[in-house]
Design a protein around this ligand. Structure first.
Ligand SMILES: [Zn+2]
Length: 441
C-alpha cells in the first residue's frame, strides 16, 4: 500500500477528533442536535487550522442516512462516500481557480435541482474571497433565499476581502490558531498511534515552527520522520528546521542580561554554523520576551505552553522590565532590517548590539566607567550630556532605519554601526569588524 501523508491519514472524520476549536464545535453541535440549521456557514482562519475539515464533517452530519446529528454514523453510504471524497451531493469548489462569473452562474444553474442521493446538496467553496465581484453579485440572490435542500459552506483565510452583503448572509465561525501545546500533544498522540519513537522537545520545536497550523505541523513531522530515519529526534528536527533550540534563545537573552557583547557574538557564531533562519530565531526571541514581560508583571498569568517556566522566571529576574520592553520594540522593528539586509547575519548581530547599547543600564555603566577618572561635578555634566546624546542616538537610528526602508544599501549598515556606537567601548567595533573580515575570508 502506498504511503499516505500524516496530514491526510489523520484528518479528523468527526467532531470528537478535531483538535482545539472548542468554541466553534459547541455552536455546530448544538445547532445540529437541535436542528436549528442555517443555510450558509463561513469558516475563517489561517491555513491548516481545520476550515475545510470542519466543513466536510458538517456535510457528513447533514447527510448521514441515520438522520441529522452531530455524531454521524460513519458506516452508511453517505458517510463513507463523504469520507472518501466521492459523495455526489457534496460539491467542493476551489474559488481560486474558478473566479469568473460564468463559473458561478454555471454552479447556480444546478442549485434548483434536488440532491440526487443525500438530504442536502452541499456547496463547499474554498478560498471564497477569490471570487470576482460579479461572481459575488450572482451569488447574492441565491444566498439570500436558497432552496431548502441547499447548504452553502464557505472557507476563507481572508474574510476582510468578502463583501459585507455576503458576510451578513452567513453564520461566521472564526477558527483560532492552535497553541504549541495543543499541537505537540496532538503530534504525540499521532506518533504513538503510528508506533514511532519521538522526543518531547522535538515536538515542541515542530509545534513552534508550524505557527498555529496543524497541517504544517503534520507535514513537518512527516519530513522529520524521513530525515531522522523513522523517528522524531530533537537533534534531527533542529538540523532540519534550522531553528536554534529554545535553549540558545535563553542563552542569548542571558547574554543580553549580562550586557556582554562578546558572549552574544559567540552565540551568534554558534547559531551561524547550523544554517539558521534568523527570522525564526528573532521570532522565538520576541515570543520569549513577551512571556518574560508577562512573568514580570503578572507571574500567575505567565504562559507555560512551552513547558519552560523555570527559564522564563530566571530571565524575568535577570532583565529589567524596561529592557524587556525596549528589546521587544527594537526586535519588532528589526524584522524589517533582516528582510532588507543583504547579509542577514550582520543585520541580526547589529540588531542585538543595538538592543544592548540603547539599554539605559548599558549607557549608565559606560558612563560610570568614563566618569570614574573625573571628579563629581564633571561627572554630573557628562551624565546630562549622555542623556541628550542618547536621545540624539535614538533619533539617528530612526532616521537611518527610515532611509533603509526607502533604499536598502549594504553601506547603510556600516554607516549605522558608526552612528550608533559613539558611546560603546571600542572592543565592540573591533570584534564586529574582525568578525565581518572573518566572514569575507
Ligand atoms: Zn451515516
Amino acid at each position: 500500500m502506498s504511503y499516505q501523508v500524516l496530514a491526510r491519514k489523520w484528518r479528523p472524520s468527526n467532531f470528537s477528533q478535531v483538535a482545539g476549536q472548542a468554541h466553534v464545535l459547541k455552536s455546530l453541535i448544538n445547532a445540529l442536535d437541535n436542528e436549528r440549521l442555517h443555510h450558509a456557514y463561513l469558516f475563517t482562519g489561517t491555513r491548516g487550522v481545520g476550515k475545510t475539515t470542519l466543513a466536510r464533517i458538517l456535510a457528513k452530519c447533514l447527510n448521514c442516512e441515520e438522520g441529522i446529528s452531530s455524531v454521524p454514523c460513519e458506516k452508511c453510504g453517505s458517510c463513507t462516500e463523504i469520507t472518501e471524497g466521492r459523495f455526489i451531493d457534496l460539491l467542493e469548489i476551489d474559488a481560486a481557480s474558478r473566479t469568473k462569473v460564468e463559473d458561478t452562474r454555471e454552479l447556480l444553474d444546478n442549485v434548483q435541482y434536488a440532491p440526487s442521493r443525500g438530504r442536502f446538496k452541499v456547496y463547499l467553496i474554498d478560498e471564497v474571497h477569490m471570487l470576482s465581484n460579479h461572481s459575488f453579485n450572482a451569488l447574492l440572490k441565491t444566498l439570500e433565499e436558497p432552496p431548502p435542500h441547499v447548504k452553502f459552506l464557505f472557507a476563507t483565510t481572508d474574510p476582510q476581502k468578502l463583501p459585507i452583503t455576503i458576510l451578513s448572509r452567513c453564520l461566521q465561525f472564526n477558527l483560532k490558531n492552535l497553541s504549541p501545546q495543543l499541537i505537540s500533544e496532538y503530534l504525540g498522540s499521532v506518533l504513538e498511534k503510528e508506533k514511532l519513537e519521538f522526543e518531547e522537545e522535538a515536538l515542541w520545536q515542530i509545534a513552534a515552527a508550524a505557527s498555529g497550523s496543524m497541517r504544517d505541523a503534520l507535514t513537518l513531522a512527516d519530513q522529520a520522520i524521513s530525515y531522522c530515519e523513522g523517528q522524531v529526534a530533537t537533534d534531527g528536527v533542529i538540523q532540519m528546521l534550522g531553528v536554534p533550540p529554545q535553549k540558545q534563545v535563553y542563552e542569548l537573552l542571558k547574554g543580553m542580561a549580562s550586557r556582554s557583547v562578546s558572549i552574544i557574538l559567540e552565540l551568534i557564531r554558534d547559531i551561524a554554523e547550523q544554517t539558521p533562519d534568523y527570522g525564526h530565531t528573532l521570532d522565538s526571541l520576541l515570543s520569549t520576551l513577551h512571556r518574560v514581560a508577562i512573568a514580570q508583571i503578572e507571574p500567575k498569568a505567565a504562559d507555560n505552553s512551552y513547558g519552560d517556566m523555570p527559564q522564563i522566571l530566571e530571565l524575568a529576574s535577570l532583565i529589567s522590565a524596561e529592557d524587556v520592553q525596549l528589546y521587544y520594540q527594537m526586535g519588532i522593528k528589526g524584522r524589517e532590517d533582516l528582510r532588507l539586509s543583504a547579509e542577514v547575519r550582520t543585520a541580526f548581530e547589529m540588531l542585538l548590539i543595538r538592543m544592548l547599547v540603547f539599554s539605559p543600564g548599558y549607557v549608565d555603566r559606560t558612563n560610570i566607567e568614563a566618569g570614574a577618572s573625573s571628579d563629581s561635578s564633571t561627572n554630573n555634566e557628562s551624565s546630562g550630556a549622555t542623556e541628550s546624546e542618547k536621545k540624539k542616538n535614538k533619533l539617528t537610528v530612526e532616521i537611518v532605519s527610515a532611509q533603509q526602508l526607502e533604499e536598502p544599501e549594504p553601506e547603510r549598515m556600516s554607516e549605522e554601526a558608526i552612528e550608533v556606537s559613539p558611546e560603546a567601548p571600542t572592543d565592540i567595533e573591533a570584534e564586529q569588524s574582525s568578525d565581518t573580515e572573518h566572514e569575507r575570508c
